[in-house]
Write a protein that binds this ligand. Structure first.
Ligand code: SF4
Ligand code: SF4
Length: 269
C-alpha cells in the first residue's frame, strides 16, 4: 500500500540525529561493476556519499585545512569508443568499516567538517535520480522527515511506501535551503549528462563491449585530465569541438555551483 502524505504545511527541521552520517554505505548486487544506464557508464556497486567531479578538488583542499584526507572511489565512469581511455564523472567517498562516514565523530555525534561538508550532505534529505527525473523528494529514512510523516499519519510504519501529493514549489517551502541548492545541482547535473550522452554518445562503448574483465584495460582520467588529453589526442574535429563546448559548460557550471554554495553558507550563518 502506498500512503499519500501531505506535509506541505510543515517546515523541515534537522533533529541532528546523525543517522544520515551513520548509514552511508549501501551495497548493490551488481558485481564489480554494473551497467545500469544504457551500458555507457559504469557504476560502483558500493555507494556512499556521491561527490561530483567538480567538487572533488575543492573538497580535497578543504579537508587539508582540517588535517584530514579521504579516498575517492570512481562511481560513474564513461569509456571512449576508439581509445582505451575513460573519464570519471563522480566519486564515492570512502567510509569507515562500520559503514559510517569518515568525517563523523562518533563520540561527539557530529560532523568534523561541517562548514565544508559535501553538497550531497547539504541537500539531504532531498534526493532524486538525475537520469530519471528532476523532482526532488525527501528520503523517508531521515528522522526529521519521519517525524513530519508521523504528524500527518502516526500509523504509517517504517519501510512503507509514501508519496507526496503536492508540487515542487510547495516542496521548496518545506525544505527551504535543501531544495534551493538541490534543484540547482540536479539541474546542472542533468544538463551536463544530457550533453555527454546526446553529443558525445558516439564516443562511448556499448554494454556489450565493456565487460568487467575489460575495464582494467582502460586508463581512467579525472575529468580535467581528460579534457587536456582529449585536446591533444582526439583528431576528429567534431569530437574536439564537442569536448570544447562541454568544457566551457563545465566552467560556467562550476561558477554557478560556487555562487549557490556561497549564498547558502552565508544564509546559514
Ligand atoms: S537523518 Fe535527517 S534529521 Fe537526522 S541528522 Fe540527517 S538530516 Fe538531520
Ligand atoms: S561529511 Fe559530515 S555531514 Fe556529510 S555524511 Fe559525513 S559526517 Fe555527515
Amino acid at each position: 500500500m502506498i500512503h499519500s502524505v501531505d506535509i506541505s504545511d510543515q517546515t523541515f527541521n534537522c533533529v541532528k540525529c546523525g543517522n544520515c552520517c551513520y548509514n552511508v554505505l549501501r551495497e548493490h548486487n551488481t558485481g564489480e561493476y554494473g551497467y545500469n544506464f544504457r551500458g555507457e557508464l559504469v557504476l560502483n556497486p558500493k555507494t556512499s556519499l556521491t561527490i561530483l567531479y567538480n567538487e572533488k578538488y575543492e573538497l580535497k583542499q578543504n579537508l587539508l585545512k582540517f588535517d584530514l584526507q579521504a579516498r575517492f572511489y570512481p562511481e560513474m565512469v564513461f569509456f571512449m569508443k576508439d581509445y582505451p581511455y575513460g573519464f570519471e564523472y563522480s566519486y564515492q567517498l570512502g567510509v569507515k568499516k562500520k559503514k559510517y562516514c569518515l568525517f563523523y565523530d562518533l563520540s561527539k555525534r557530529e560532523c568534523k567538517v561541517y562548514p565544508v561538508r559535501p553538497i550531497i550532505c547539504r541537500t539531504y534529505p532531498l534526493g532524486c535520480n538525475a537520469f530519471e527525473g528532476s523532482n526532488l523528494l525527501p528520503e523517508a529514512t531521515c528522522t526529521g522527515v519521519k517525524e513530519m510523516i508521523n504528524q500527518v499519519d502516526p500509523y504509517i510504519k517504517e519501510g512503507e511506501l509514501v508519496y507526496y501529493p503536492f508540487s515542487q514549489n510547495q516542496m521548496a517551502s518545506v525544505f527551504r535551503s535543501e531544495f534551493f541548492l538541490g534543484a540547482n545541482i540536479i539541474g546542472f547535473t542533468r544538463w551536463e549528462l544530457k550533453i555527454i550522452l546526446d553529443n558525445l554518445g558516439s564516443m562511448f562503448l556499448d554494454d556489450k563491449s565493456v565487460t568487467p574483465s575489460r575495464v582494467s584495460d582502460y586508463t581512467l582520467l579525472n575529468f580535467q585530465e581528460f579534457l587536456g588529453w582529449a585536446k591533444v589526442k582526439i583528431t576528429d574535429k567534431h569530437q574536439k569541438l564537442t569536448i570544447q563546448l562541454f568544457s566551457q559548460n563545465l566552467e560556467l557550471g562550476k561558477q554557478h555551483f560556487a555562487e549557490q554554495l556561497v549564498n547558502l553558507v552565508s544564509k546559514k550563518k
